[in-house]
Design a protein around this ligand. Structure first.
Ligand code: GLN
Length: 209
């Protein structure tokens, strides 16, 4: 039997508990990541929402920055939600801010938050590779807006024309908070990516490491 995928949830700041619960409900082996070396023990990594200005300082101070940049290249997918998406983006505006540059998108911070601090809307998510369309809901909390996407980016969901769930290679980003929705649809989509990456990762075949 294949070993369950291990999902590391970055636990420096932000809502890691909700992510841990969502992936735990799917049978994943969930670990909270507090040190860069723990990333290599996980098959995939989640960067939760929070406050990017604080997260950037913590990632730098704890030595996470370069380890995170290398993670997708070692076959460990990364999923960033809200602040996590901002950190993954190639370019951040309003204000301009440094980022890991792993996802070829331009994001505008707090673009939804100026009108209303948070809101929930029904939405649909396309499974990667032009797969099935699934009904879910999008919870936005002072969310960034994805203003532009590069050619390698697959848009998996939109809200009012703006992409809200995007994937490029082993990197997935959501401007909303799927961990606050109980259907597990987006978490399941990420687990499928992590399983796929583990299959092709040297030494990663189903957990026989
Ligand atoms: N507004 C936050 C930022 O710009 C992100 C908000 C969130 O993660 N819920 O860092």
């Amino acid at each position: 039997m294949t070993k369950p995928v291990s999902i590391g949830v970055l636990a420096l700041q932000g809502d890691c508990a909700a992510h841990a619960k969502a992936f735990g409900a799917l049978g994943c082996d969930v670990r909270e990541i507090r040190r860069p070396a723990e990333i290599a023990e996980s098959d995939g990594l989640v960067i939760p929402g929070g406050e990017t200005t604080t997260l950037i300082k913590l990632l730098r101070a704890e030595g996470f920055w370069d380890v995170l940049i290398r993670a997708p290249g070692t076959g460990r997918p990364i999923f960033g939600t809200c602040a996590g998406l901002i950190l993954l983006a190639k370019k951040v505006v309003d204000p301009v801010q440094e980022s890991l540059g792993l996802l070829p998108v331009v994001v505008r911070r707090n673009a939804y938050g100026r009108q209303v601090d948070s809101f929930v809307v029904p939405g649909q998510v396309r499974m990667p590779g032009g797969g099935e369309l699934k009904e879910t809901e999008f919870v936005f909390i002072r969310a960034p807006r994805i203003d532009a996407v590069g050619p390698s980016v697959e848009v998996l969901a939109r809200h009012e024309d703006a992409p809200v769930l995007v994937r490029s290679g082993w990197v997935l980003g959501a401007s909303f908070h799927p961990e606050l929705t109980t259907d597990g649809i987006v978490a399941g989509l990420f687990v499928a990516l992590v399983e796929e990456a583990r299959e092709v990762r040297p030494g990663g075949n189903g957990g026989n490491r």
